[in-house]
Design a protein around this ligand. Structure first.
Ligand SMILES: Cc1ncc(COP(=O)(O)O)c(C=O)c1O
Length: 462
C-alpha cells in the first residue's frame, strides 16, 4: 500500500495516541505520525501497539485469506528463535541455506521433476516474487530464441485467463509484456486450451495456467493446455512453454489429487511457483519456484556471490529477507511428512465440502464451485434472495467472520460472489457456526422486505 504524508496540527486529537489505563503507564500523549522525541518503556510500547491491533480482524475467522493463520507452538518457537537470520547471508548462515536447498529438492520431487533433467529452484517472499522470476526466465528464453533465429524480439506477449492473480498483471506491466487475457464467458470462469490457443502466436513467451484460481478455487486444465500447445508447437516450430501458477494447488494437488497430471510430468511445464505461506502451512511470507531443468533458467539472470570461497548462484528481486519462514517450511516438511500434509488438507477439504453443501441447502445461494479442487469455493445469491452478497458479507462481519464479496472480471462482472478459503484451524464446528450465522442473516433480510440490496462492497483485492 502506498501511504501519503499526514501533516496534522499537534493540537488535532487525530495526531496522537491518548494515554490509556487512567494514566497508569503513560501520562503524555504519544504522537502518531512523527517519531516521539523520547522513547517509551518496552512494556508500555508493547501494550500500546497490541491494544491498537485488537481492531484488526480475527485471523482465525478470516475466510478471505489463503495465508496460514495457525501454526504449532514449536513452529512459532523455532520461528522466533530464527528471526535474526537473513536469508541472503548464505555465508554467515550456511545451515539455513542448506535447509532452503533441502526444501527445493523436496518440492521438485513432489512435483515429479524428472531426475535426469536436473531441476533448480529457490525460495522467495511469496508467489508474487516467484511469478516475477518465472516470468523473467520465460521472457529471456523467448528473446534468445528469437534473436538466434534473426527475428524481432520487441513485442513479447503472455497468455493467461483473466482470472489470474494481480501479480501477473504486475509482471506484464513492469517487464513490458503485452498481457493477453482469455475473458470469462457464461459459466466458463477459467482458461481453456481452446481459448488460450486463439491468443498464442510466435511472440508468446509462455502460457500461465493456474492450479487453484483465486476467484473460485478451481484448477485449470494444465494437461489439456500442454497437449494443445505440443501440437501447435510441432505444427509451427514455435516453442511456447507453460508456467504453472500453483500458489495454492502446488501444496494441495500432490496430496489430494496425486493422479492429476499438472506438474513436471507434462513436458511443456517449465516452471512452477507456490506459496509456502498458503497450503504449505507457514506464516507469511515464503514462496517457492522450481524450474524443471537448469537450462530453463537463463544464466544472465543469475548473480554469482562468493560463498565460503565457493560460488553461490542467486536469483531474487530483493536482497535481505527473513530466513525464519524457510526454517518453518522445513519444520512442516519434517513434522508432517507426506501423510501429515494429506491428512490436514483432506480435513480442510471435508470441511469445505460440508460447508458448501450446507450453503447450497440454505436456499437463496447457488454454488459457483464446491471446494473439491483446493478447499476453496465461491457462491452467489439466486433470484429468491432480497439481499446481495455484499449485504451478507457485512452482516456476518458483525459476528467477526471475514467472508469477502466481490465481482468477477470482464464479461462476467455482472456476477458477484462470496468466497470461503477453508484452511487448517477452520474446523467443522466453526463451519456449523458460520452456517448458523448465514441462516440468521437470511432471516434478518427476510424480515426486512423493504431492504435495498447493496451493489458494492468495501473493496476486496485479489
Ligand atoms: C493463483 C495465485 N497466484 C499468486 C498469488 C500471489 O501469492 P502471494 O500472496 O504468495 O504473493 C495468489 C494469492 O492469492 C494466488 O491465489
Amino acid at each position: 500500500m502506498l501511504h501519503g504524508q499526514k501533516n496534522l496540527h499537534p493540537s488535532d486529537p487525530e495526531s496522537f495516541i491518548t494515554p490509556a489505563y487512567g494514566g497508569r503507564f503513560i501520562q503524555e500523549p504519544v504522537p502518531k505520525y512523527e517519531m516521539p522525541g523520547e522513547g517509551l518503556p518496552p512494556k508500555v510500547a508493547y501494550n500500546l501497539i497490541r491494544d491498537e491491533l485488537i481492531l484488526d480482524g480475527n485471523s482465525r475467522l478470516n475466510l478471505a485469506t489463503f495465508v496460514t493463520t495457525w501454526m504449532e507452538d514449536e513452529a512459532r518457537q523455532l520461528m522466533s528463535e530464527t528471526f535474526d537470520k537473513n536469508m541472503i547471508d548464505k555465508d554467515e548462515y550456511p545451515q539455513t541455506a542448506e535447509i532452503e536447498l533441502r526444501c527445493t529438492n523436496m518440492l521438485s520431487k513432489l512435483w515429479n521433476s524428472p531426475a535426469e533433467e536436473n531441476a533448480v529452484g529457490c525460495s522467495t517472499i511469496g508467489s508474487s516474487e516467484a511469478a516475477m522470476l518465472g516470468g523473467m526466465a520465460l521472457k529471456w528464453n523467448w528473446r534468445k530464441r528469437r534473436e538466434a533465429a534473426g527475428k524481432p524480439a520487441d513485442k513479447p506477449n503472455m497468455v493467461m485467463g483473466i482470472n489470474v492473480q494481480v501479480c501477473w498483471e504486475k509482471f506484464c506491466r513492469y517487464w513490458e509484456i503485452e498481457p493477453r487475457f482469455v475473458p470469462m464467458e457464461g459459466d466458463r470462469y477459467c482458461l481453456t486450451a481452446e481459448e488460450a490457443l486463439k491468443l498464442v502466436d510466435e511472440n508468446t513467451i509462455g502460457v500461465v495456467v493456474i492450479m487453484g484460481s483465486t476467484f473460485d478455487g478451481r484448477y485449470e486444465n494444465v494437461k489439456e493446455v500442454n497437449d494443445a500447445l505440443l501440437k501447435l508447437n510441432s505444427e509451427t516450430g514455435w516453442e511456447v512453454p507453460i508456467h504453472v501458477d500453483a500458489a495454492s494447488g502446488g501444496f494441495v494437488a500432490p496430496f489430494l489429487q496425486p493422479d492429476l497430471e499438472w506438474d513436471f510430468r507434462l513436458p511443456l511445464v517449465k516452471s512452477i511457483n507456490t506459496s509456502g505461506h498458503k497450503f504449505g502451512l507457514v506464516y507469511p511470507g515464503v514462496g517457492w519456484i522450481i524450474w524443471r531443468e537448469k537450462a530453463e533458467l537463463p544464466e544472465e539472470l543469475i548473480f554469482h556471490c562468493n560463498y565460503l570461497g565457493g560460488d553461490l548462484p542467486n536469483f531474487a528481486l530483493n536482497f535481505s529477507r527473513p530466513g525464519n519462514q524457510v526454517v518453518a517450511q522445513y519444520y512442516n516438511f519434517l513434522r508432517l511428512g507426506h501423510e501429515g500434509y494429506r491428512e490436514i488438507h483432506q480435513t480442510s477439504q471435508d470441511v469445505a465440502l460440508h460447508l458448501s453443501s450446507g450453503i447450497a441447502k440454505l436456499g437463496p445461494f447457488d454454488l459457483i464451485s464446491d471446494g473439491s479442487d483446493i478447499p476453496v469455493f465461491a457462491f452467489t445469491t439466486n433470484e429468491t434472495a432480497n439481499f446481495s452478497v455484499f449485504d451478507i458479507s457485512n452482516k456476518v462481519r458483525e459476528r467477526g467472520w471475514l467472508v469477502p464479496a466481490y465481482t468477477f472480471p470482464k464479461n462476467r462482472d455482472d456476477l458477484a460472489v462470496l468466497r470461503c478459503v477453508c484452511k487448517e484451524g477452520f474446523t467443522r464446528d466453526m463451519a456449523e457456526m458460520l452456517l448458523g450465522d448465514l441462516q440468521h442473516a437470511i432471516d434478518y433480510f427476510t424480515s426486512h422486505p423493504q431492504h435495498t440490496p447493496q451493489t458494492k462492497g468495501s473493496g476486496f483485492h485479489h
